[in-house]
Design a binder for this molecule. Structure first.
Ligand SMILES: Cc1cc2nc3c(=O)[nH]c(=O)nc-3n(C[C@H](O)[C@H](O)[C@H](O)COP(=O)(O)OP(=O)(O)OC[C@H]3O[C@@H](n4cnc5c(N)ncnc54)[C@H](O)[C@@H]3O)c2cc1C
Length: 462
């Protein structure tokens, strides 16, 4: 069935806020992103749920994680999942991100993994990330997912000189303790070979980093999942959830879906009411993103980008940026704290200013696209792919913290293993639950406001 998006246009709900909203969807249109604007026609889906159904496995959320779960349930375990999505397929961050596939998940560096878990576990985690990158590349290759992959490694750019020693030590650690190809570039080398970012004082280059077209990746996963027998229902938000005699009853506007096993893949987009056991396990953090008009040859020369690979800077409130294949520049960073404040021009101006500090030639340039999205940050900065011991048949993959483009492919494979009752590696992201934050919503946001000020002060002091 052709996607319902074109048939039932509804206004994009720009101020949606998962911390306060009672409901998500149905019928919200996609965010006005470069990705949606250039992805081509929406792919086919299975239309909204229109009747009560008994299914084997239900997946809630149709971003990269939900779709990869459906793909691996079918491919590896012979299970044809039913995917329920609140709005259009991949309505959430899978059509809003920066398209940077990096060899990580969560927000911690390798040195922080070692501090937290010791070297052996950190090595196990590193192995998981490397295997995940192989799986990600393999999915694109084997299923002919045309998402414009630009391979060139990842440049982690020192935005001030005082961060260079820590960056050098991280590169050494990657090489010596993990056997991973990472090296430092001087400012001159970076300018000559990669980008003339005026703030840059040098950079760490990591061998794995691929830029992709975010929506083409999501729609590619959608095609593969359906080809393998999964059904994907847009405009079918789960609005009520009861466990009756070991069967999960998921109420959607068109009918109740009854499933013995449920995989939750809703990232930051679920409301707090989705399931009591998952409430407040994540901190939704807003990130905004802009795309310039096509750069002229002289602007391109001034910006000096000679790579389409992913670039990020070393700020805690980091910028992520890249040259797009059609010679526009994309850049993103932190945004508002609440959904209500999302459209405040101060946030757009802040991001424009961040771009101009890096690339003075682009100060005041016209923008063709501007949007924002919610990132699922967990309270200990690492994701979890696990189950709830006291709730049979309920599993989740959540909390990648703005680093899920690549790893969500593997998270889906691991989630599928859990759903199918198969073992997963003995690592902390699989054998512990997402930690719970006890604070009430207004205090969490007050804390976030305070932290933003502290991070900004630390990021900008010399
Ligand atoms: C602005 C921005 C920039 C980012 N940049 C990068 C980047 O460059 N690199 C990187 O690695 N990561 C990045 N990320 C993070 C990355 O996009 C995510 O980690 C990844 O897309 C997660 O995919 P997902 O499938 O888990 O979640 P999502 O794509 O958010 O999918 C969750 C889905 O669940 C649906 N849903 C929610 N509630 C319900 C319900 N009750 N019933 C049914 N469906 C429901 C939502 O509508 C949504 O479509 C960025 C995120 C944002 C917001």
């Amino acid at each position: 069935m052709q996607s319902t998006r074109k048939l039932r246009p509804a206004p994009f709900d720009p101020l949606y806020d998962p911390m306060t909203a009672r409901a998500i969807g149905p019928g919200s249109d996609y965010a006005p992103t470069y990705w949606i604007g250039t992805a081509g026609p929406a792919p086919e889906d299975d239309g909204p749920v229109t009747r009560d159904m008994d299914v084997d496995v239900a997946v809630i959320g149709s971003g990269y994680t939900g779709l990869s779960t459906a793909i691996h349930l079918a491919k590896d375990h012979g299970i044809k999942a039913t995917v329920l999505e609140a709005n259009g397929v991949a309505y959430g961050c899978s059509t809003r991100n920066g398209g940077q596939a990096q060899v990580s998940a969560g927000r911690l560096k390798r040195s922080q993994w070692i501090e937290r878990w010791g070297l052996d576990v950190a090595r196990g985690m590193h192995g998981e990330m490397v295997e995940a990158f192989d799986l990600f590349r393999g999915l694109l290759r084997d299923h002919d997912i045309r998402c414009e992959p630009q391979d060139g490694g990842h440049y982690y750019i020192a935005h001030k000189a005082s961060v260079l020693p820590a960056l050098e030590s991280e590169a050494r650690l990657l090489r010596d303790s993990f056997g991973y190809d990472a090296r430092m570039l001087s400012r001159d080398e970076l300018f000559r070979t990669a980008v003339r970012d005026h703030e840059a004082q040098g950079a760490m280059w990591e061998a794995d980093g691929v830029s992709i077209h975010a929506a083409k990746l999501a729609f590619g996963y959608l095609r593969v999942a359906r080809d393998l027998g999964a059904t994907v229902h847009p405009d079918s938000p789960v609005q009520g959830w009861e466990l009756i005699n070991g069967v999960h009853h998921l109420r959607t506007p068109g009918g109740t879906v009854r499933a013995r096993r449920v995989a939750v893949a809703t990232a930051a987009y679920a409301t707090r009411g989705l399931h009591g056991r998952l409430r407040d396990r994540l901190m939704p953090i807003m990130s905004n993103s802009i795309v310039t008009r096509v750069l002229t040859p002289s602007e391109l020369d001034a910006v000096g980008i000679r790579t389409m690979a992913p670039l990020t800077d070393t700020r805690t409130l980091r910028h992520y940026y890249r040259l797009l294949p059609d010679n526009r520049l994309q850049i993103g960073s932190r945004a508002a704290i609440t959904g209500r404040d999302a459209a405040n021009p101060a946030h757009l101006n802040g991001l424009r200013e961040g771009m101009a500090r890096k690339f003075p030639a682009l100060r005041g340039i016209e923008l063709d696209y501007s949007w924002w999205g919610w990132v699922d940050v967990s309270h200990d900065m690492m994701p979890r792919i696990t189950g709830l011991p006291d709730t049979p048949g309920l599993f989740y993959a959540l909390g990648y913290g703005g680093n899920g483009v690549m790893y969500s492919a593997m998270a889906g494979r691991r989630l599928a293993q859990l759903v199918a009752g198969k073992p997963v590696p003995d690592l902390p992201i699989f054998n512990t639950e997402l930690p719970h934050e006890g604070w009430r919503t207004p205090f969490r946001r007050l804390g976030q406001w305070g932290l933003y000020h502290l991070y900004h002060y630390r990021d900008e002091r010399k």
